[in-house]
Design a protein around this ligand. Structure first.
Ligand code: FE2
Length: 257
């Protein structure tokens, strides 16, 4: 369950082969950003608006959702997604096979600290897991056609059953979540420099200042971020060497393919 991101073995198979061998490969694959395909985009917007209507919205645009994305997960039997949290909301829908979704009560920060949640928006998201956490889990057994709402930053881990699995995750960020991620980024940045901050909401005026500072700084460096090399340099400058783990894994993946 504890999984260091740099220790995840990469599979030397083309995506088509992963799908073809899914019953035996012992691997998983994610198709990222499927919302770039118009049919998926329409499906995702329709699904989100069906909830939005119940909240009084009459159009998808009026919901003002940022970063609306779709991910299709293809997994072998008995595979596990390690304990982690995500920095967006997620409707997770099961399409094929069984899936067991363990969602954890962390309101009091007893199992994942504020500090770990702070760093989650900018570093790899797997979190340290202990067996004792399990008593705080609500386990959802998902059959095809069923789904679960995974709220922002609620820790979870997921396992497939004894059959291969296909799932769709629909993720988005509300305006409140966009703001909170900016604040967590600033708090992590300041903590790294020896200035630990109060949790969001405890000092609202200071929170506002930090969000404004983030927004201004982001606008200033935006032209630099257009270069991938400069983005890496900026991430390393702010968060250290491991901040660029995703790039290395991506490069290794490209070499393996
Ligand atoms: Fe997740």
């Amino acid at each position: 369950m504890n999984q260091r991101p740099e220790d995840v073995p990469l599979v030397d198979l083309a995506p088509e082969e992963v799908v073809r061998q899914i019953e035996t490969a012992g691997a998983w694959m994610v198709l990222k950003r499927v919302e770039t395909v118009p049919a998926y985009r329409a499906l995702i917007e329709e699904a989100l608006l069906s909830i939005g209507r119940q909240l009084g919205h009459d159009s998808f645009a009026s919901m003002k959702l940022a970063d609306v994305e779709g991910y299709v997960f293809v997994s072998s039997a008995n595979s596990t997604t390690p304990f982690h949290c995500d920095n967006e909301d997620n409707f997770f829908v099961q399409i094929h096979g069984p899936k067991f979704f363990h969602l954890f009560d962390n309101e009091d920060r007893a199992i994942v600290s504020e500090e770990l949640l702070e760093s989650a928006p900018s570093k790899h998201r797997n979190l340290p897991y202990e067996e004792r956490f399990e008593e705080r889990a609500t386990v959802y057994t998902l059959a095809p056609g069923e789904g679960v709402y995974v709220p922002y930053q609620v820790p979870h881990w997921v396992r497939t059953g004894d059959g291969w699995s296909i799932s769709l995750a629909v993720t988005w960020r509300s305006q409140a979540v966009v703001r909170r991620n900016k604040l967590l980024f600033m708090n992590a940045f300041l903590r790294d420099r020896g200035f630990p901050q109060a949790a969001p909401g405890q000092k609202p005026a200071l929170d506002g200042l930090k969000v404004a500072a983030y927004t201004a700084a982001r606008a200033a460096i935006e032209p630099l971020r257009r270069s991938e090399g400069m983005r890496r340099l900026l991430r390393r400058a702010v968060f250290g060497e491991q901040a660029n783990y995703a790039d290395k894994a991506h490069e290794a993946g490209k070499k393996a393919a």
